[in-house]
Design a protein around this ligand. Structure first.
Ligand code: NAG
Length: 130
């Protein structure tokens, strides 16, 4: 089964923000890419991520009985992976109205990654997908 052979997007990258250059450890890479993407408005996932890889997506949304399962199924559908084989963890907000879901999306290419975010952001319960 290839899933376990996938890299965890463990490339390190040097990103340039204006005049400063920041070198990131692999654990910070997702955050770095998101920041870079936001600043550049570009499709940075195409150039900075090696595929296939497991990309950790953090989703915060309104908690209801099906929200977590729905998030995992969205990722399963986009990545053509059985939901049972997608790792995720959850944390409820203190008030219990929101839940944060960290999903490990086994993406084959940049399009799948963009599609994951697009599908998630189309769900009205989703407040943030990072
Ligand atoms: C999940 O992965 C395992 C091991 O790689 C595989 O044997 C199994 O068929 C998969 N489960 C589903 C529901 O596809």
């Amino acid at each position: 089964m290839t899933l376990f052979a996938l890299s965890l997007c463990g490339v390190s990258a040097a990103l340039s923000f204006g005049r400063s250059s920041v070198r990131m450890a692999s654990g910070d890479l997702n955050a770095a890419q998101r920041a870079f993407e936001a600043k550049s408005g570009g499709r940075v996932f195409e150039t900075l991520v090696e595929y296939p890889c497991v990309f950790k997506i953090k989703v915060i949304g309104r908690d209801d009985p099906s929200f977590v399962d729905d998030v995992v199924s969205y990722i399963g559908r986009v990545t053509d992976t059985a939901p049972a084989n997608i790792s995720f963890s959850t944390a409820a907000s203190r008030q219990g109205t929101f839940v944060s879901v960290s999903v490990e999306a086994p993406v084959a290419n940049a399009n799948e990654l963009y599609e994951c975010y697009s599908v998630l952001r189309n769900d009205p319960r989703v407040k943030v997908a990072l």
